[in-house]
Design a protein. Structure first.
Length: 174
């Protein structure tokens, strides 16, 4: 099961088991009553209530401050399948877990494979592991491409391919 990190549990708030939730997701709508999250210790937690105004959460069965404190600093995960069901993407938006592993191609030349997505303030960047053929020609082992229309021409998740433009220039300068 592929798990995706979505939040971290903060300090206990109040006396009835509520806690601060530090969300690290573009889809806060997934934090709703009934959502099942898994901690980094594989403990399953079900959301009883969530207040989006102050990002506080109450989990089923966590009914006092002492119980809540035991969860502080726990990392929370959902499955890829849960993400697909609860998160609505706009046109030309993709889950990063679908982007990772795609071949990056420019003019029929494979430049490499997406290893990760780096989140920066102005734009996301695709972290590309350069193809062996290009590394053998002494190009950098990895490079970053901004996830912007001026570089990303077409994304084909089904075939795990991303066609780009001006990417080889970035690689040459890396």
């Amino acid at each position: 099961m592929n798990k995706i990190y979505v939040a971290k549990i903060g300090k206990a708030v109040g006396l009835k088991g509520q806690q601060k939730l530090h969300i690290d997701s573009d889809f806060p709508e997934q934090f709703k009553k009934g959502t099942i999250l898994t901690t980094h210790k594989n403990k399953q937690l079900t959301i009883e209530s969530f207040n989006s105004k102050n990002n506080t959460v109450k989990f089923e069965g966590i009914d006092d401050c002492d119980m809540a404190k035991k969860l502080t600093n726990s990392e929370l995960f959902i499955t890829q399948e849960q993400s697909r069901q609860t998160c609505k993407l706009d046109k030309n938006q993709y889950f990063w877990f679908d982007i990772i592993g795609c071949e990056v191609i420019e003019h029929d030349e494979i430049l490499g494979t997406v290893r990760d997505v780096q989140r920066m303030p102005l734009s996301d960047y695709l972290e590309i592991e350069t193809s062996k053929e290009l590394v053998d020609k002494e190009f950098a082992k990895s490079f970053l491409i901004p996830y912007l229309d001026e570089y990303i021409k077409e994304v084909d998740i089904e075939n795990k391919k991303i066609n780009i433009i001006n990417g080889k220039e970035i690689l040459e300068a890396s």
